[in-house]
Design a protein around this ligand. Sequence first.
Ligand code: NAD
Ligand code: MG
Length: 360
Amino acid sequence: MHCLNVELGERSYPIVIGSQLLGDPQHLLPYIRGKQVCVVTNETVAPLYLERLLEGLSGFDKVDTIALPDGEAFKTLDTVNRIFDLLLEQRHNRSTTLVALGGGVIGDMAGFAAACYQRGVDFVQIPTTLLAQVDSSVGGKTGVNHPLGKNMIGAFYQPRVVLADMNTLQTLPERELSAGIAEVIKYGLICDAPFFDWLESNMSRLLERDPQALAYAVDRCCRDKAAVVAEDERESGRRAILNFGHTFGHAIEAVQGYGSWLHGEAVAAGMVMAAELSRLRGSIDTELVARIRDLLSTARLPLVAPDDMTVQQFLDAMAVDKKVMDGRLRLVLLRALGDAQIVDDTPPELLAEALENCGA
Ligand code: NAD
Ligand code: MG
């Protein structure tokens, strides 16, 4: 079992990483202050893990559960309102604790509900996808989608504790596992070169879901993200490096329609594009770009743009991305392996060339 602390002053909290954590109440109970608990999960995860979690909560006066419909399409205010309905109908008071059991969609919604219910109640995260374990459960961003934009309604709200149980990853669909690995590789690229080397030697263990290898990778990513977030909790500067590959990836998701490419898949192709652009700017060499491609390809991730997507479509979609400030496109590029920088002076011809080199 590993444990690390996300250092955010009085909002600091631990992340516990291990196996068989779900059925073991000692990891959860110290963080639940009141007598009421509401578990927020979805219809896919509930049959797999809810019973085990509830066994550990049997000592509480009141434990309610809500299993929401599965999918990004349900990450809405309407769905969050269903959580409020239950909490009010069942008379949950200000000392209740919401427990999120599921992937990033559930974590983001339960966290947002916790931030809003009676102006803020305690919240615990039990992320069950690799992506949620290495990304969405660290850093305190919570929220929902609006018809006019993804993640546009939300709050910064930190959990009391995060429990990342490697056992839950055994049932994750293969594509979801790979999509999570894309974000794992991202940390090596932006801030942790030794971890990138480790991933090159251990990718097959991750793909085989070796619990020790998974726990090592989750621990490392959470440390990396926690360090970046501790420096810049509300994304006024350096936190933006976590968006490496994402501006390109968001363009793919937006043009393809959300859902056809998984987020991590789009980020994978986006990271190749960002690496290629970094090379064209003279920051990194061909050899490093090849290493990045090889590692992503071993992880069964896409390396090039969708078949039918043009350079112009990329440029148009990237122009509306929220990272554009004062009319300048801000991109996260690499200065070297493990060293990301934010630039806003990319010549448009170079951007187009990088996209063409990546199949656009
Ligand atoms: P998800 O929550 O939709 O989960 C993916 C799929 O796996 C779903 O069908 C889910 O039901 C299923 N699933 C979850 N755990 C499972 C398990 N153990 N076994 C089998 N199936 C399981 O997607 P995700 O990739 O976890 O998260 C994506 C969401 O996270 C997006 O909404 C994104 O905006 C958000 N996100 C938030 C942050 C943040 O900082 N808050 C960061 C990154 C992503
Ligand atoms: Mg991401």
